[in-house]
Design a protein. Structure first.
Length: 126
């Protein structure tokens, strides 16, 4: 598998910042690809900044459930993931985050890159 575009590795984590207009399904595939790449290369912390993704509306509860289950499955308990998203795309109850956490994924979503990075580099929650 090739390194996804806009995927950069630093000392402590990887950052994936996809850019462009995509359908929701295409965007989901990009996110999954970055998680698989991280898992396959033993990168334990991943910041995914989705603010550059456009072309779709806020995901439905079903879409959030489906994405969260896929992410948790692909991370296989080996990756801590922080998401950065535009406020209008974040569910106020963080339904998708709850679904993913219930399946063993350490994850959270933020509107600020600096808050996401602080959480990602902070202590892991077991």
């Amino acid at each position: 598998m090739m390194v996804p575009d806009n995927y950069h590795i630093s000392d402590d984590y990887a950052r994936y910042s996809p850019q462009g207009n995509f359908s929701l399904q295409q965007a989901v595939e990009l996110l999954i690809e970055s998680v698989i790449h991280s898992r396959n290369h033993a990168i334990g912390k991943l910041l995914i900044d989705t603010r550059g993704l456009h072309g779709f509306s806020s995901p439905s509860a079903y879409d959030r459930f489906f994405l969260s289950v896929q992410l948790a499955y692909e991370a296989a308990g080996l990756i801590k993931i922080a998401f950065v998203a535009r406020p209008e795309l974040i569910d106020p109850q963080k339904f998708g985050i709850t679904v993913a956490r219930n399946r063993g994924l350490q994850t959270d979503v933020f509107t600020s890159g600096s808050e996401a990075l602080a959480w990602l580099l902070g202590p892991s929650v077991t």
